[in-house]
Design a protein around this ligand. Structure first.
Ligand SMILES: [Zn+2]
Length: 405
């Protein structure tokens, strides 16, 4: 099934009264454990990458593995940027393969939160990518002791939430109703009345950050009040840490000995959450209800009337400027190996989604490049956009495509 539209996934969860886990991953151990749990639970899953963790891994280096894990999965998967710091972060995340983004402006004053979030929504929606906003302030830092970051929790107000959603156009809203990021002493007190009112006013999937440490009953009440996505990391990190400490106590020394069974601990906790939050066993119905997420290959075959030197300038300029357009994932500029071919040059531009075909064509950077560099020199050309002819999962399993596709 592989990648699906995250908006479809969370709408399905919201309509059907369950929540999907967005598990932050910080290494291949986390990635494999989360995917194994999703597979064994028959559950949709969100692979989440938090910008606050980028000191611990190379975002650009880990994303091909994250995408490969999603593409080969039997269950529906979405890939999400968690707590992005800026518009540029969101655009980079989309280029690297995320199909959902959150940019956290919640510590800024409301008017600034709205204007900055609005900018991100405009960019992401042009790529058909949903945006999670946050209103109110969930204190703390993912994976750390909450008391080390004692910032004041600012509760989300119902009036502000309605205004914020209307003015920003966000697809999902992270609310602050008493949870904190990181490790807590004791169970937090959650304001369910407030959550119920926000849900009644907004009628859109709500998100909870700081899921670690909540009781089973608290999770059930969150979901009953519109929470469709739960961010979860600290408990996974702690389970992995405890395993490493236990391995050391039992005499393990080297790296592989210390991390032995870490995946098992993470997988167990992820599976527990999937059962508790109601997403376990839903892979098939989600797959039937959600559109597959597909990149598009934008191909241009062309001949040039200018000199070789001018051709090199034209191609270098295209590589430089076209890569800055949101939703462009990769650019390949080719020259034919065989001079007798019908066309001597090509562009292969990878778009994040079919929506990018239009936004790319109309983007001022593209228009300027096409008008001043490309079209005057490349009158002889063919342009075609391709989506995958066969979905990756079918290709891998050798199954013929069904009528539903
Ligand atoms: Zn968070």
């Amino acid at each position: 099934m592989a990648l699906i539209y995250m908006r479809d996934l969370l709408q399905h969860a919201y309509r059907n009264g369950y929540a999907v886990g967005a598990f932050d991953l910080v290494s291949l151990d986390f990635l494999q454990a989360i995917m194994d749990a999703a597979d064994s639970c028959d559950s949709p899953v969100i692979l989440s990458l938090a910008e606050s963790h980028f000191d611990y891994f190379d975002f650009e280096l880990i994303m091909p593995a994250v995408e490969a894990a999603a593409m080969r999965a039997r269950v529906p998967v979405a890939i999400h940027l968690d707590h992005g710091a800026s518009l540029a972060s969101a655009q980079t995340a989309i280029r690297l393969g995320c199909n959902g983004v959150m940019v956290d402006n919640s510590s800024a004053p409301l008017a600034e939160n709205i204007s900055r979030t609005r900018e991100i929504v405009t960019m992401a929606h042009a790529c058909d990518i949903p945006v999670e906003g946050e209103l109110g302030y969930v204190a703390g830092v993912e994976g750390e002791d909450a008391e080390r970051h004692p910032g004041e929790v600012v509760y989300t107000s119902v009036e502000e939430a309605s205004d914020y959603v209307e003015r920003t156009g966000v697809d999902f809203l992270a609310v602050s109703i008493g949870t904190v990021h990181g490790r807590l002493q004791g169970e937090p007190q959650l304001d369910f009345d407030r959550l119920g009112q926000i849900n009644a006013a907004l009628r859109l999937p709500l998100v909870i950050h700081g899921g670690t440490g909540l009781g089973d009953d608290q999770f059930r009440r969150l979901i009953a009040n519109g929470v469709a996505k739960i961010n979860y990391y600290t408990a996974l990190s702690d389970a992995a840490g405890s395993r490493i400490a236990a391995n050391q106590q039992q005499g393990a020394r080297g790296y592989t000995g210390l991390v032995e069974n870490v995946q098992h601990e993470i997988r167990t906790e992820v599976a527990r959450c999937m059962q508790l939050w109601g997403c376990a066993g839903r892979a098939e119905e989600v797959a039937a209800d959600c559109r597959p997420w597909q990149n598009v290959e934008h191909l241009i075959f062309y001949n040039l009337t200018c000199s070789d030197w001018d051709a090199a300038q034209l191609i270098a300029e295209g590589e430089r400027v076209l890569a800055t357009i949101p939703g462009v994932r990769k650019i390949f500029a080719g020259k034919t190996v065989d001079e007798s071919d019908r066309f001597h040059y090509c562009w292969r531009v990878k778009f994040a989604s079919p929506a990018v075909i239009d936004t790319y064509r109309e983007h001022p950077v593209h228009v300027k490049y096409a008008d001043t560099w490309f079209r005057p020199n490349a009158g002889d050309r063919v342009t075609i956009d391709f989506a995958p002819a066969i979905s990756v999962s079918r290709e891998a399993s050798g199954q013929p495509a069904s009528k539903a596709s």
